[in-house]
Design a protein around this ligand. Structure first.
Ligand code: MLC
Ligand code: AMP
Length: 514
Protein backbone atom coordinates (compact mmCIF):
# COMPACT_ATOMS: atom_id res chain seq x y z
CA UNK A 1 0.00 0.00 0.00
CA UNK A 2 1.27 3.51 -0.85
CA UNK A 3 1.91 5.75 2.14
CA UNK A 4 0.50 9.19 1.45
CA UNK A 5 3.47 11.41 0.55
CA UNK A 6 1.62 14.20 -1.25
CA UNK A 7 3.42 17.42 -0.31
CA UNK A 8 0.12 19.27 -0.41
CA UNK A 9 -1.05 17.19 2.56
CA UNK A 10 2.03 18.26 4.53
CA UNK A 11 1.15 21.89 3.80
CA UNK A 12 -2.50 21.31 4.66
CA UNK A 13 -1.52 19.79 8.01
CA UNK A 14 0.72 22.79 8.73
CA UNK A 15 -2.15 25.28 8.38
CA UNK A 16 -2.94 27.01 11.68
CA UNK A 17 -6.07 25.82 13.55
CA UNK A 18 -7.76 29.18 12.98
CA UNK A 19 -8.53 28.90 9.26
CA UNK A 20 -9.95 32.41 9.25
CA UNK A 21 -6.50 33.83 10.01
CA UNK A 22 -4.72 35.62 7.16
CA UNK A 23 -2.49 33.46 4.98
CA UNK A 24 -1.59 36.02 2.31
CA UNK A 25 -1.79 39.80 2.22
CA UNK A 26 -1.76 40.50 -1.50
CA UNK A 27 -1.28 43.60 -3.59
CA UNK A 28 -4.37 45.81 -3.71
CA UNK A 29 -5.31 45.25 -0.05
CA UNK A 30 -6.70 41.78 -0.65
CA UNK A 31 -6.40 39.28 2.19
CA UNK A 32 -6.63 35.53 1.65
CA UNK A 33 -7.30 33.35 4.68
CA UNK A 34 -6.14 29.75 5.12
CA UNK A 35 -9.76 28.78 4.47
CA UNK A 36 -9.57 30.62 1.13
CA UNK A 37 -6.44 28.66 0.20
CA UNK A 38 -8.02 25.40 1.28
CA UNK A 39 -11.20 26.03 -0.73
CA UNK A 40 -9.66 27.58 -3.83
CA UNK A 41 -7.09 24.78 -4.19
CA UNK A 42 -9.93 22.27 -3.72
CA UNK A 43 -11.97 23.91 -6.49
CA UNK A 44 -9.01 23.97 -8.87
CA UNK A 45 -8.06 20.38 -8.00
CA UNK A 46 -11.68 19.34 -8.62
CA UNK A 47 -11.53 21.06 -11.99
CA UNK A 48 -8.40 19.07 -12.87
CA UNK A 49 -10.10 15.86 -11.68
CA UNK A 50 -13.14 16.75 -13.76
CA UNK A 51 -10.97 16.89 -16.88
CA UNK A 52 -10.19 13.19 -16.32
CA UNK A 53 -6.57 13.60 -17.24
CA UNK A 54 -4.23 10.63 -17.17
CA UNK A 55 -2.25 10.27 -13.93
CA UNK A 56 0.82 12.48 -13.76
CA UNK A 57 -0.34 14.87 -16.49
CA UNK A 58 1.78 17.96 -16.95
CA UNK A 59 0.05 21.27 -16.29
CA UNK A 60 2.16 23.92 -18.06
CA UNK A 61 1.71 27.41 -16.66
CA UNK A 62 3.00 30.70 -18.03
CA UNK A 63 1.16 33.42 -16.14
CA UNK A 64 1.98 36.66 -14.38
CA UNK A 65 2.66 36.33 -10.68
CA UNK A 66 -0.49 36.20 -8.56
CA UNK A 67 -1.87 34.42 -5.51
CA UNK A 68 -4.18 32.45 -7.82
CA UNK A 69 -1.13 31.14 -9.67
CA UNK A 70 0.14 29.75 -6.35
CA UNK A 71 -3.25 28.16 -5.80
CA UNK A 72 -2.99 26.52 -9.20
CA UNK A 73 0.43 25.15 -8.23
CA UNK A 74 -0.90 23.75 -4.96
CA UNK A 75 -4.02 22.38 -6.67
CA UNK A 76 -1.87 20.57 -9.22
CA UNK A 77 0.00 18.81 -6.40
CA UNK A 78 -3.28 18.16 -4.62
CA UNK A 79 -4.73 16.48 -7.71
CA UNK A 80 -1.56 14.40 -8.18
CA UNK A 81 -0.51 16.01 -11.44
CA UNK A 82 2.79 17.63 -12.41
CA UNK A 83 3.31 21.39 -12.29
CA UNK A 84 5.41 22.90 -15.06
CA UNK A 85 6.10 26.59 -14.45
CA UNK A 86 7.41 28.73 -17.32
CA UNK A 87 9.15 32.09 -17.11
CA UNK A 88 6.81 34.86 -18.28
CA UNK A 89 9.68 36.29 -20.35
CA UNK A 90 9.79 33.21 -22.62
CA UNK A 91 8.80 33.90 -26.21
CA UNK A 92 7.02 31.69 -28.73
CA UNK A 93 10.27 30.11 -29.95
CA UNK A 94 11.01 28.93 -26.41
CA UNK A 95 7.46 28.00 -25.39
CA UNK A 96 7.01 25.91 -28.54
CA UNK A 97 9.93 23.73 -27.49
CA UNK A 98 8.67 23.26 -23.91
CA UNK A 99 5.21 22.23 -25.09
CA UNK A 100 6.60 19.81 -27.63
CA UNK A 101 9.05 18.32 -25.12
CA UNK A 102 6.81 18.09 -22.06
CA UNK A 103 3.54 17.19 -23.89
CA UNK A 104 1.34 18.82 -21.23
CA UNK A 105 -2.34 17.94 -20.99
CA UNK A 106 -3.27 21.46 -19.91
CA UNK A 107 -1.73 24.85 -20.61
CA UNK A 108 -2.59 27.94 -18.60
CA UNK A 109 -1.47 31.30 -19.99
CA UNK A 110 -2.28 34.97 -19.48
CA UNK A 111 -5.35 36.22 -21.38
CA UNK A 112 -3.11 38.61 -23.33
CA UNK A 113 -1.06 35.70 -24.71
CA UNK A 114 -3.97 33.35 -25.43
CA UNK A 115 -3.74 33.85 -29.19
CA UNK A 116 -0.20 32.69 -29.78
CA UNK A 117 0.04 30.30 -26.84
CA UNK A 118 -3.15 28.41 -27.74
CA UNK A 119 -2.00 28.13 -31.34
CA UNK A 120 1.26 26.56 -30.21
CA UNK A 121 -0.52 24.38 -27.67
CA UNK A 122 -3.07 22.98 -30.12
CA UNK A 123 -0.27 22.39 -32.64
CA UNK A 124 1.44 20.28 -30.00
CA UNK A 125 -1.65 18.23 -29.21
CA UNK A 126 -2.68 20.03 -26.01
CA UNK A 127 -6.45 19.79 -25.68
CA UNK A 128 -7.11 22.33 -22.96
CA UNK A 129 -5.86 25.88 -22.73
CA UNK A 130 -7.10 28.11 -19.91
CA UNK A 131 -6.30 31.71 -19.11
CA UNK A 132 -5.44 33.37 -15.82
CA UNK A 133 -4.54 37.00 -15.28
CA UNK A 134 -2.88 38.65 -12.29
CA UNK A 135 -6.20 40.27 -11.37
CA UNK A 136 -8.29 37.11 -11.01
CA UNK A 137 -9.71 37.10 -14.54
CA UNK A 138 -9.70 34.30 -17.08
CA UNK A 139 -11.32 31.02 -18.00
CA UNK A 140 -9.50 28.96 -15.36
CA UNK A 141 -11.25 30.64 -12.44
CA UNK A 142 -14.53 30.85 -14.35
CA UNK A 143 -14.50 27.06 -14.80
CA UNK A 144 -13.33 26.39 -11.25
CA UNK A 145 -16.06 28.59 -9.73
CA UNK A 146 -18.66 25.86 -10.15
CA UNK A 147 -16.54 23.17 -8.49
CA UNK A 148 -16.98 21.77 -4.95
CA UNK A 149 -14.96 23.40 -2.18
CA UNK A 150 -13.64 20.20 -0.66
CA UNK A 151 -11.22 17.74 -2.20
CA UNK A 152 -9.43 14.64 -1.02
CA UNK A 153 -5.76 14.94 -2.04
CA UNK A 154 -4.52 12.31 -4.48
CA UNK A 155 -2.50 9.58 -2.80
CA UNK A 156 1.04 9.60 -4.17
CA UNK A 157 4.29 8.12 -2.98
CA UNK A 158 7.54 9.98 -2.31
CA UNK A 159 8.94 9.16 -5.75
CA UNK A 160 5.92 10.48 -7.62
CA UNK A 161 6.78 13.33 -9.95
CA UNK A 162 5.50 16.68 -8.64
CA UNK A 163 7.17 19.43 -10.65
CA UNK A 164 9.26 19.79 -13.80
CA UNK A 165 11.54 22.83 -13.95
CA UNK A 166 13.26 23.49 -17.24
CA UNK A 167 16.89 24.49 -17.01
CA UNK A 168 18.76 25.48 -20.12
CA UNK A 169 21.35 23.07 -21.40
CA UNK A 170 25.02 23.75 -22.06
CA UNK A 171 24.61 21.81 -25.25
CA UNK A 172 21.37 21.38 -27.11
CA UNK A 173 17.99 22.42 -25.77
CA UNK A 174 16.65 22.87 -22.24
CA UNK A 175 16.28 19.92 -19.93
CA UNK A 176 13.30 19.37 -17.64
CA UNK A 177 14.50 18.65 -14.10
CA UNK A 178 12.02 16.22 -12.51
CA UNK A 179 11.38 16.80 -8.81
CA UNK A 180 9.35 14.39 -6.75
CA UNK A 181 7.02 14.97 -3.80
CA UNK A 182 9.79 13.39 -1.67
CA UNK A 183 12.42 15.84 -2.99
CA UNK A 184 10.41 18.94 -2.20
CA UNK A 185 9.09 17.64 1.12
CA UNK A 186 12.52 16.71 2.46
CA UNK A 187 14.08 20.02 1.43
CA UNK A 188 11.23 22.09 2.84
CA UNK A 189 11.37 20.25 6.17
CA UNK A 190 15.14 20.59 6.37
CA UNK A 191 14.96 24.35 5.73
CA UNK A 192 12.11 24.80 8.21
CA UNK A 193 14.33 23.46 10.97
CA UNK A 194 17.63 24.92 9.73
CA UNK A 195 16.32 28.45 9.31
CA UNK A 196 14.56 28.25 12.62
CA UNK A 197 11.11 29.29 11.38
CA UNK A 198 9.25 30.92 14.26
CA UNK A 199 5.53 30.94 15.14
CA UNK A 200 5.32 34.70 14.56
CA UNK A 201 7.22 34.74 11.25
CA UNK A 202 5.83 36.65 8.27
CA UNK A 203 7.47 36.20 4.86
CA UNK A 204 7.79 39.07 2.40
CA UNK A 205 7.39 37.32 -0.96
CA UNK A 206 9.07 39.36 -3.70
CA UNK A 207 10.47 36.79 -6.16
CA UNK A 208 8.97 35.33 -9.32
CA UNK A 209 7.23 31.97 -8.85
CA UNK A 210 8.47 30.04 -11.86
CA UNK A 211 11.82 29.08 -10.28
CA UNK A 212 12.74 27.10 -7.20
CA UNK A 213 13.73 30.15 -5.14
CA UNK A 214 10.35 31.90 -5.23
CA UNK A 215 8.17 28.82 -5.73
CA UNK A 216 9.74 26.33 -3.33
CA UNK A 217 12.15 27.94 -0.91
CA UNK A 218 9.99 30.95 -0.14
CA UNK A 219 6.41 29.63 -0.39
CA UNK A 220 7.12 26.20 1.10
CA UNK A 221 9.06 27.80 3.94
CA UNK A 222 6.20 30.02 5.00
CA UNK A 223 3.39 27.54 4.40
CA UNK A 224 5.06 24.59 6.11
CA UNK A 225 5.36 26.81 9.16
CA UNK A 226 1.76 27.99 8.90
CA UNK A 227 3.14 31.52 8.49
CA UNK A 228 1.47 34.27 6.48
CA UNK A 229 3.05 36.00 3.49
CA UNK A 230 3.08 39.62 2.41
CA UNK A 231 2.75 39.17 -1.32
CA UNK A 232 4.30 41.37 -4.01
CA UNK A 233 3.28 40.59 -7.58
CA UNK A 234 6.37 42.53 -8.66
CA UNK A 235 9.47 43.46 -6.71
CA UNK A 236 9.83 47.11 -5.88
CA UNK A 237 12.68 48.06 -3.52
CA UNK A 238 10.88 50.89 -1.76
CA UNK A 239 7.69 48.90 -1.15
CA UNK A 240 9.70 45.88 -0.03
CA UNK A 241 11.39 48.02 2.65
CA UNK A 242 8.01 49.43 3.70
CA UNK A 243 6.77 45.86 4.23
CA UNK A 244 9.63 45.22 6.65
CA UNK A 245 7.76 46.89 9.48
CA UNK A 246 5.36 43.89 9.41
CA UNK A 247 7.50 41.13 7.87
CA UNK A 248 10.22 39.06 9.53
CA UNK A 249 11.76 37.01 6.68
CA UNK A 250 12.87 38.18 3.21
CA UNK A 251 14.33 36.08 0.41
CA UNK A 252 15.99 37.51 -2.66
CA UNK A 253 18.61 37.23 -5.35
CA UNK A 254 21.58 39.62 -4.95
CA UNK A 255 20.07 42.18 -7.39
CA UNK A 256 17.14 42.67 -5.00
CA UNK A 257 19.56 43.44 -2.18
CA UNK A 258 21.69 45.87 -4.19
CA UNK A 259 18.54 47.69 -5.35
CA UNK A 260 17.30 47.99 -1.74
CA UNK A 261 20.74 49.17 -0.63
CA UNK A 262 20.35 52.14 -2.95
CA UNK A 263 17.20 53.22 -1.06
CA UNK A 264 17.64 55.87 1.67
CA UNK A 265 14.79 54.16 3.56
CA UNK A 266 16.93 51.09 4.29
CA UNK A 267 18.10 51.56 7.88
CA UNK A 268 18.43 49.73 11.16
CA UNK A 269 15.11 51.24 12.20
CA UNK A 270 13.20 50.18 9.08
CA UNK A 271 14.49 46.59 9.38
CA UNK A 272 14.27 46.15 13.12
CA UNK A 273 11.24 43.84 12.90
CA UNK A 274 13.11 41.52 10.54
CA UNK A 275 14.55 38.20 11.72
CA UNK A 276 16.16 36.77 8.60
CA UNK A 277 17.42 37.88 5.20
CA UNK A 278 18.23 35.06 2.78
CA UNK A 279 20.14 35.44 -0.49
CA UNK A 280 20.89 32.96 -3.24
CA UNK A 281 20.52 31.90 -6.90
CA UNK A 282 23.60 33.93 -7.82
CA UNK A 283 26.82 34.86 -6.03
CA UNK A 284 26.54 37.76 -3.59
CA UNK A 285 29.60 39.97 -3.44
CA UNK A 286 31.21 39.98 0.02
CA UNK A 287 31.00 43.77 -0.32
CA UNK A 288 27.19 43.68 -0.65
CA UNK A 289 27.04 41.43 2.43
CA UNK A 290 29.16 43.93 4.38
CA UNK A 291 27.22 46.97 3.09
CA UNK A 292 23.93 45.37 4.13
CA UNK A 293 25.23 44.65 7.60
CA UNK A 294 26.48 48.22 7.93
CA UNK A 295 23.14 49.67 6.78
CA UNK A 296 20.80 47.41 8.75
CA UNK A 297 22.77 45.52 11.40
CA UNK A 298 21.61 42.22 9.82
CA UNK A 299 24.00 39.62 8.37
CA UNK A 300 22.42 38.19 5.21
CA UNK A 301 22.27 34.40 5.22
CA UNK A 302 23.57 33.17 1.86
CA UNK A 303 22.64 29.72 0.65
CA UNK A 304 23.28 27.74 -2.52
CA UNK A 305 20.97 25.56 -4.59
CA UNK A 306 19.87 24.45 -8.02
CA UNK A 307 16.68 23.53 -9.85
CA UNK A 308 17.88 19.91 -9.88
CA UNK A 309 18.52 19.70 -6.15
CA UNK A 310 16.59 22.51 -4.47
CA UNK A 311 18.77 23.77 -1.57
CA UNK A 312 22.19 22.28 -0.92
CA UNK A 313 24.13 24.46 1.49
CA UNK A 314 23.36 27.30 3.85
CA UNK A 315 25.12 29.63 6.19
CA UNK A 316 23.98 28.99 9.74
CA UNK A 317 20.86 30.60 11.13
CA UNK A 318 21.99 29.82 14.70
CA UNK A 319 25.02 27.84 15.98
CA UNK A 320 25.46 24.66 13.92
CA UNK A 321 26.27 21.74 16.19
CA UNK A 322 27.75 19.77 13.30
CA UNK A 323 30.36 22.45 12.66
CA UNK A 324 31.77 23.37 16.04
CA UNK A 325 28.71 25.47 16.86
CA UNK A 326 29.71 28.14 14.39
CA UNK A 327 27.04 30.76 13.85
CA UNK A 328 28.85 33.19 11.59
CA UNK A 329 27.08 34.05 8.32
CA UNK A 330 30.26 34.42 6.36
CA UNK A 331 30.08 36.76 3.38
CA UNK A 332 31.44 35.29 0.15
CA UNK A 333 30.59 31.74 1.25
CA UNK A 334 27.44 29.62 0.95
CA UNK A 335 27.84 28.00 4.37
CA UNK A 336 27.62 24.32 5.26
CA UNK A 337 26.02 21.39 3.44
CA UNK A 338 22.44 21.18 4.76
CA UNK A 339 21.62 18.30 7.10
CA UNK A 340 21.02 15.21 4.94
CA UNK A 341 23.05 16.56 2.01
CA UNK A 342 26.44 14.98 1.30
CA UNK A 343 28.72 17.36 -0.57
CA UNK A 344 32.17 16.67 -1.92
CA UNK A 345 34.71 18.67 -3.91
CA UNK A 346 36.43 16.47 -6.46
CA UNK A 347 39.20 16.50 -9.05
CA UNK A 348 38.72 15.60 -12.71
CA UNK A 349 38.71 11.88 -11.80
CA UNK A 350 35.89 12.32 -9.28
CA UNK A 351 38.34 11.84 -6.41
CA UNK A 352 37.56 13.88 -3.27
CA UNK A 353 40.00 16.73 -2.65
CA UNK A 354 41.35 17.88 0.73
CA UNK A 355 40.00 21.00 2.47
CA UNK A 356 40.56 24.31 0.71
CA UNK A 357 41.36 22.75 -2.66
CA UNK A 358 39.30 23.87 -5.62
CA UNK A 359 37.34 21.33 -7.66
CA UNK A 360 33.94 20.26 -8.96
CA UNK A 361 31.07 20.20 -6.47
CA UNK A 362 29.10 16.97 -6.31
CA UNK A 363 26.11 16.21 -4.10
CA UNK A 364 23.88 13.43 -2.89
CA UNK A 365 20.73 13.48 -0.77
CA UNK A 366 16.96 13.05 -0.62
CA UNK A 367 16.61 16.45 -2.29
CA UNK A 368 18.41 15.41 -5.49
CA UNK A 369 16.04 15.17 -8.45
CA UNK A 370 14.77 12.07 -10.28
CA UNK A 371 16.51 12.97 -13.55
CA UNK A 372 15.85 14.96 -16.72
CA UNK A 373 12.47 14.50 -18.37
CA UNK A 374 12.79 11.90 -21.11
CA UNK A 375 16.57 12.25 -21.27
CA UNK A 376 17.97 9.11 -19.60
CA UNK A 377 21.35 9.51 -21.27
CA UNK A 378 21.76 13.14 -20.19
CA UNK A 379 20.70 12.10 -16.70
CA UNK A 380 23.26 9.30 -16.60
CA UNK A 381 26.02 11.67 -17.74
CA UNK A 382 25.33 14.01 -14.83
CA UNK A 383 25.69 11.36 -12.12
CA UNK A 384 28.87 9.57 -11.03
CA UNK A 385 28.97 5.79 -10.74
CA UNK A 386 28.61 6.14 -6.96
CA UNK A 387 25.45 8.21 -7.25
CA UNK A 388 26.67 11.81 -6.84
CA UNK A 389 25.12 14.56 -8.97
CA UNK A 390 27.63 16.77 -10.75
CA UNK A 391 26.47 20.33 -10.11
CA UNK A 392 28.74 21.97 -12.70
CA UNK A 393 29.77 24.46 -10.01
CA UNK A 394 33.38 24.81 -8.98
CA UNK A 395 34.21 25.47 -5.35
CA UNK A 396 36.07 24.60 -2.20
CA UNK A 397 35.26 23.62 1.36
CA UNK A 398 37.35 25.16 4.12
CA UNK A 399 38.65 23.03 6.98
CA UNK A 400 36.00 24.59 9.24
CA UNK A 401 33.23 23.45 6.87
CA UNK A 402 32.28 26.61 4.95
CA UNK A 403 31.74 26.03 1.23
CA UNK A 404 32.56 28.72 -1.35
CA UNK A 405 31.57 28.75 -5.00
CA UNK A 406 34.49 30.09 -7.01
CA UNK A 407 33.28 29.48 -10.57
CA UNK A 408 31.42 27.15 -12.90
CA UNK A 409 32.62 24.40 -15.19
CA UNK A 410 29.36 24.86 -17.13
CA UNK A 411 29.30 27.79 -19.55
CA UNK A 412 26.55 29.71 -17.78
CA UNK A 413 25.78 33.37 -17.16
CA UNK A 414 23.60 34.30 -14.17
CA UNK A 415 21.98 37.67 -14.76
CA UNK A 416 19.84 39.05 -11.96
CA UNK A 417 19.26 35.46 -10.81
CA UNK A 418 18.17 34.20 -14.23
CA UNK A 419 20.32 31.61 -15.98
CA UNK A 420 21.43 32.28 -19.52
CA UNK A 421 23.28 29.63 -21.48
CA UNK A 422 25.64 31.34 -23.95
CA UNK A 423 25.30 28.44 -26.37
CA UNK A 424 21.55 29.01 -26.76
CA UNK A 425 22.06 32.74 -27.46
CA UNK A 426 24.97 32.06 -29.85
CA UNK A 427 22.83 29.60 -31.83
CA UNK A 428 20.10 32.23 -32.26
CA UNK A 429 22.65 34.95 -33.16
CA UNK A 430 24.44 32.75 -35.69
CA UNK A 431 21.12 32.21 -37.48
CA UNK A 432 20.79 35.94 -38.17
CA UNK A 433 21.65 37.30 -41.58
CA UNK A 434 24.66 39.57 -41.22
CA UNK A 435 26.27 37.48 -38.47
CA UNK A 436 29.21 35.25 -39.42
CA UNK A 437 29.83 33.95 -35.89
CA UNK A 438 29.38 34.98 -32.30
CA UNK A 439 30.62 34.45 -28.76
CA UNK A 440 28.37 35.26 -25.82
CA UNK A 441 29.96 36.09 -22.47
CA UNK A 442 28.96 37.33 -19.01
CA UNK A 443 30.48 40.61 -17.87
CA UNK A 444 30.27 42.11 -14.35
CA UNK A 445 27.24 44.39 -14.10
CA UNK A 446 26.39 46.66 -11.16
CA UNK A 447 22.67 45.77 -11.16
CA UNK A 448 22.42 42.23 -12.57
CA UNK A 449 25.74 40.88 -11.20
CA UNK A 450 26.56 39.60 -14.65
CA UNK A 451 25.15 40.86 -17.95
CA UNK A 452 24.97 39.17 -21.33
CA UNK A 453 27.35 40.57 -23.94
CA UNK A 454 27.58 39.37 -27.55
CA UNK A 455 30.88 39.63 -29.35
CA UNK A 456 30.20 38.98 -33.00
CA UNK A 457 31.81 38.96 -36.36
CA UNK A 458 29.52 40.64 -38.92
CA UNK A 459 29.50 39.52 -42.53
CA UNK A 460 29.21 43.16 -43.65
CA UNK A 461 27.97 46.26 -41.84
CA UNK A 462 28.17 46.22 -38.02
CA UNK A 463 25.19 44.66 -36.24
CA UNK A 464 23.64 46.73 -33.42
CA UNK A 465 21.75 45.85 -30.21
CA UNK A 466 18.58 47.09 -31.85
CA UNK A 467 19.09 44.84 -34.88
CA UNK A 468 19.52 41.87 -32.57
CA UNK A 469 16.56 42.85 -30.41
CA UNK A 470 14.26 43.16 -33.41
CA UNK A 471 15.43 39.90 -34.96
CA UNK A 472 15.16 37.86 -31.75
CA UNK A 473 11.95 39.39 -30.40
CA UNK A 474 9.83 36.23 -30.61
CA UNK A 475 12.68 33.75 -30.31
CA UNK A 476 14.46 34.59 -27.10
CA UNK A 477 13.40 36.04 -23.74
CA UNK A 478 14.59 39.63 -23.32
CA UNK A 479 16.74 38.82 -20.28
CA UNK A 480 18.79 36.41 -22.45
CA UNK A 481 19.39 39.00 -25.15
CA UNK A 482 22.69 40.88 -25.14
CA UNK A 483 22.74 44.16 -23.25
CA UNK A 484 25.59 45.14 -25.55
CA UNK A 485 26.76 43.93 -28.94
CA UNK A 486 30.44 44.30 -29.80
CA UNK A 487 31.48 43.88 -33.43
CA UNK A 488 34.97 42.48 -34.06
CA UNK A 489 36.81 41.37 -37.21
CA UNK A 490 37.72 37.96 -35.72
CA UNK A 491 37.23 36.04 -32.48
CA UNK A 492 40.35 35.08 -30.51
CA UNK A 493 40.95 31.32 -30.73
CA UNK A 494 43.43 28.94 -29.16
CA UNK A 495 45.58 26.45 -31.05
CA UNK A 496 42.66 23.98 -31.08
CA UNK A 497 40.42 26.56 -32.75
CA UNK A 498 38.30 27.06 -29.62
CA UNK A 499 37.07 30.62 -28.93
CA UNK A 500 38.96 32.05 -25.95
CA UNK A 501 36.08 33.34 -23.86
CA UNK A 502 38.33 34.08 -20.88
CA UNK A 503 40.30 36.45 -23.10
CA UNK A 504 37.08 38.15 -24.24
CA UNK A 505 35.81 38.47 -20.67
CA UNK A 506 39.11 40.12 -19.72
CA UNK A 507 39.08 42.43 -22.72
CA UNK A 508 35.54 43.70 -22.07
CA UNK A 509 35.50 43.38 -18.26
CA UNK A 510 34.86 47.09 -17.67
CA UNK A 511 32.02 47.45 -20.18
CA UNK A 512 29.41 48.19 -17.48
CA UNK A 513 31.52 49.25 -14.54
CA UNK A 514 33.97 51.82 -15.84
C1 MLC B 1 14.69 41.85 -16.22
N1 MLC B 1 15.52 42.20 -17.21
C2 MLC B 1 16.66 41.55 -17.10
C3 MLC B 1 16.51 40.76 -15.96
N2 MLC B 1 15.28 40.96 -15.43
N3 MLC B 1 17.78 41.57 -17.83
C4 MLC B 1 18.77 40.77 -17.44
N4 MLC B 1 18.69 39.98 -16.35
C5 MLC B 1 17.58 39.94 -15.61
N5 MLC B 1 17.48 39.17 -14.53
C6 MLC B 1 15.27 43.20 -18.27
C7 MLC B 1 13.99 42.98 -19.01
O1 MLC B 1 14.18 42.09 -20.06
C8 MLC B 1 13.69 44.38 -19.48
O2 MLC B 1 14.55 44.69 -20.53
C9 MLC B 1 14.12 45.23 -18.30
O3 MLC B 1 15.11 44.45 -17.63
C10 MLC B 1 12.99 45.57 -17.35
O4 MLC B 1 12.23 44.40 -17.09
P1 MLC B 1 11.45 44.20 -15.72
O5 MLC B 1 10.74 42.91 -15.75
O6 MLC B 1 10.71 45.43 -15.36
O7 MLC B 1 12.67 44.04 -14.74
P2 MLC B 1 12.67 44.02 -13.23
O8 MLC B 1 11.31 43.85 -12.66
O9 MLC B 1 13.47 45.15 -12.75
O10 MLC B 1 13.42 42.61 -12.96
C11 MLC B 1 14.63 42.52 -12.37
C12 MLC B 1 14.56 41.46 -11.27
C13 MLC B 1 14.15 40.12 -11.95
C14 MLC B 1 15.93 41.35 -10.67
C15 MLC B 1 13.54 41.85 -10.23
O11 MLC B 1 15.10 39.78 -12.94
C16 MLC B 1 14.01 39.02 -10.95
O12 MLC B 1 12.98 38.92 -10.29
N6 MLC B 1 15.02 38.15 -10.78
C17 MLC B 1 14.96 37.04 -9.89
C18 MLC B 1 15.16 35.75 -10.63
C19 MLC B 1 14.95 34.51 -9.73
O13 MLC B 1 13.99 34.42 -8.99
N7 MLC B 1 15.85 33.56 -9.78
C20 MLC B 1 15.78 32.34 -9.03
C21 MLC B 1 16.22 31.17 -9.88
S1 MLC B 1 16.22 29.68 -8.91
P3 MLC B 1 14.21 45.67 -21.71
O14 MLC B 1 15.49 45.76 -22.45
O15 MLC B 1 13.12 45.01 -22.45
O16 MLC B 1 13.81 46.96 -21.07
C22 MLC B 1 17.87 29.26 -8.76
C23 MLC B 1 18.23 28.21 -7.80
C24 MLC B 1 18.56 28.84 -6.50
O17 MLC B 1 18.68 29.87 -9.33
O18 MLC B 1 19.62 28.57 -5.94
O19 MLC B 1 17.74 29.62 -6.03
P1 AMP C 1 19.23 27.14 -11.61
O1 AMP C 1 19.60 26.25 -12.73
O2 AMP C 1 18.43 28.32 -12.03
O3 AMP C 1 18.62 26.39 -10.54
O4 AMP C 1 20.58 27.77 -11.09
C1 AMP C 1 21.45 27.04 -10.28
C2 AMP C 1 22.81 27.66 -10.27
O5 AMP C 1 22.77 28.94 -9.63
C3 AMP C 1 23.81 26.88 -9.46
O6 AMP C 1 24.31 25.76 -10.15
C4 AMP C 1 24.85 27.92 -9.17
O7 AMP C 1 25.72 28.08 -10.28
C5 AMP C 1 24.02 29.17 -9.02
N1 AMP C 1 23.83 29.54 -7.61
C6 AMP C 1 22.76 29.34 -6.82
N2 AMP C 1 22.97 29.87 -5.60
C7 AMP C 1 24.20 30.42 -5.61
C8 AMP C 1 24.99 31.13 -4.67
N3 AMP C 1 24.54 31.42 -3.45
N4 AMP C 1 26.21 31.53 -5.04
C9 AMP C 1 26.70 31.28 -6.27
N5 AMP C 1 26.00 30.64 -7.22
C10 AMP C 1 24.76 30.21 -6.90
Amino acid sequence: MTTQANFFVALQQAMPPNKKAPAIWADGDLTYSWQDLEEATAMLANLLDDLQLPKGSRIAVQVDKSVEAVMLYLATLRAGHVFLPLNTAYQSGEIGYFLENATPAVVVCSPANFGWVSKLAFKNGVERVFTLSDDRQGTLLERAAAMPRTHQAAVVDADTLAVIIYTSGTTGRSKGAMLSHGNITSNAETLKAYWDWQPNDVLIHALPIFHVHGLFVAIHGAMLNGSPMIWMNKFDPKRAIDHMSKGTVFMGVPTLYTRMLAEPGLTEASTKNMRLFVSGSAPMLAETHADWQAATGHAILERYGMSETVMLTSNPCRPDARYNNQAERRGGTVGFPLPGVTLRVVDDDNQPLPADEIGGIQVKGPNVFLGYWQMPEKTAEEFTSDGFFKTGDVGQQAADGYVSIVGRSKDLIISGGYNVYPKEVEERLDELPGVAESAVIGIPHPDFGEAVVAVLVPTGDPVSENDVRAALADRLARFKQPKTVINVPTLPRNAMGKVQKAELRKRYADTFTS
